[in-house]
Design a binder for this molecule. Structure first.
Ligand SMILES: C[S@@+](CC[C@H](N)C(=O)[O-])C[C@H]1O[C@@H](n2cnc3c(N)ncnc32)[C@H](O)[C@@H]1O
Length: 243
């Protein structure tokens, strides 16, 4: 039994926080803690979906899918979407809204415990997930994401690198968000690798495609510390790893 490692404490905090959000909020506010969440949320969806590499006919994962506000647009073009989410109530809301599309599998699970297949997805999308991982969990989750993406497939993620005082509503359970600098994410993603089976001299790694400030947040709230990244999985010589 896990009595209280740092990671199990973080796991309990994020579950309590998101469960409270599920119970106390409605609509987009459940997953997007900005003023006018329903209207503002549309801008976020349009910006990120528009930034993605082409995913028509692809196999996609929406990691930490929440109530599915990205799942729906991913499923309109993808061959199949797996929507994985920590909170059962969010998964149910996503399934109620989007299950009829017929090409979505809904999973309730903690991403730190999920075991997808290697090379299962052409595109993994996550909006605000890694910031809820502690420093022990984060590198393991990133390594797993590298395994789960196909070679030449992509990982999109968006994280906030600081919480702006006065901008967000407060909740009984303090948000267990670990704000990290862009340098921290860049360092992690540029140095992570996983072995290539049967080729000792080679590894899979992430190659950077894009790192951009989130424009809708900047324009609406003058917040400049909100970024998204796109990485591509490539195969390379072990000796090509930088750092
Ligand atoms: C800010 S919300 C974003 C939800 C969705 N991506 C969106 O943009 O609408 C963060 C989501 O991450 C989920 N989450 C947090 N930690 C998680 C974990 N360890 N495994 C799976 N989902 C997690 C929360 O339950 C919540 O739905």
């Amino acid at each position: 039994m896990d009595a209280g490692t740092d990671s199990s404490i973080q796991a309990r905090k994020r579950e309590a926080f998101w469960q409270e959000r599920f119970v106390t909020c409605e609509g987009t506010k459940r997953v997007c803690n900005y003023p006018n969440a329903d209207e503002f949320g549309v801008l976020e969806v349009n910006e990120f979906i528009g930034a993605l590499p082409p995913f028509e006919g692809k196999v996609v994962c929406d990691l930490a899918a929440g109530i599915g506000r990205f799942t729906v647009d991913l499923a309109k073009k993808a061959k199949h979407v797996t929507a994985a989410e920590l909170i059962e109530g969010f998964t149910q809301a996503n399934e109620e809204a989007n299950g009829a599309m017929g090409n979505i599998t809904f999973i309730t699970a903690d991403v730190t415990k999920i075991t997808f297949q290697p090379n299962q997805f052409d595109l993994i999308f996550s909006n605000c997930l890694l910031q809820y991982m502690d420093d022990t969990e984060l590198p393991r989750v990133v390594e797993n994401i590298l395994r789960w993406v196909t070679v030449d497939g992509h990982f999109f993620f968006r994280e906030v690198s600081h919480l702006t005082p006065g901008l967000h509503d407060t909740f009984k359970n303090e948000e267990p968000c670990i704000c990290r600098s862009t340098d921290t994410y860049n360092g992690l993603f540029n140095n992570v690798s996983v072995p290539v089976d049967g080729a000792e001299d080679e590894v899979y790694k992430f190659s950077p495609v894009a790192m951009n400030q989130v424009q809708c947040v900047k324009e609406a709230f003058s917040v400049e510390k909100d970024f998204y990244w796109i990485y591509k999985k490539i195969r390379c010589q072990r000796s090509d790893m930088s750092g």
